[in-house]
Design a protein around this ligand. Sequence first.
Ligand code: SAH
Length: 251
Amino acid sequence: MKTEKIWFVGAGPGDPELLTLKGRRLLDGADLVVYAGSLVNPALLAGIRAECHDSAGLTLAEIMALMIPACRAGKQVVRLHTGDPAMYGAVREQMQWLARERIACEVVPGVSSAFAAAAAVQAELTVPEMTQTVILTRQEGRTPVPERESLQRLAAIGASMCIFLSVGLMDSVVADLLAGGVYTHATPVAVVARASWPDERILRGTLGDIAEKVAAAGISKTAMILVGPALGSAETASRLYAADFSHGCRG
Ligand code: SAH
């Protein structure tokens, strides 16, 4: 299938089986693939006929200089992003560039590492009567975060949080989460490094001890921090299936 558009495809968190069927089909039929090398599993590209480029060392202009002429020449072009492209994928600047060049694009979602990490620890992030909200965010690093959505302010909501790009700043993450005034030293936390990869690691703890555990394990990148009361033991789990739950949808 040839298309006059560029496909942004979510590669999923690592396990090649966590790529969508549509993503697989597009990769198999691609002529050119530009992939985010540091986190995309190379196994996804094994055996495909496309010319593949790691975007890690490339500027935005260089990425565009690869993709645009190929697309105009009628080739099938896939821009492969880790997890889901909507989260910290820098896709917006690429799409804006393509719009200026009058090149269409389409996005194929992927399994975000937030959900791969939740799966790894078998957590439901939305537990009735505990929290019904999930916050996907990050600690401020080189990329600034608006003050109104600082970790401290978001932590004051007391919901489940999935914190990207921040495990290298664990001490400040913990300090900010506690400063929100709702989570305590006893609030459960799970850190999942390289979720769904063969070398996945899971650390469980509380805001009181997780920073120490992360430091001891030497985890400084590619990890998801999950925090909130829903990360606690299953004993406090959903009342959805309790005998006295008589209305509403089960699903
Ligand atoms: N679009 C991606 C996120 C890219 S930002 C997604 O939806 O998952 C990169 C950050 O994502 C990392 O710093 C880490 O916090 C997280 N991440 C990506 N892959 C991961 C994995 N396999 N396990 C745990 N965290 C991961």
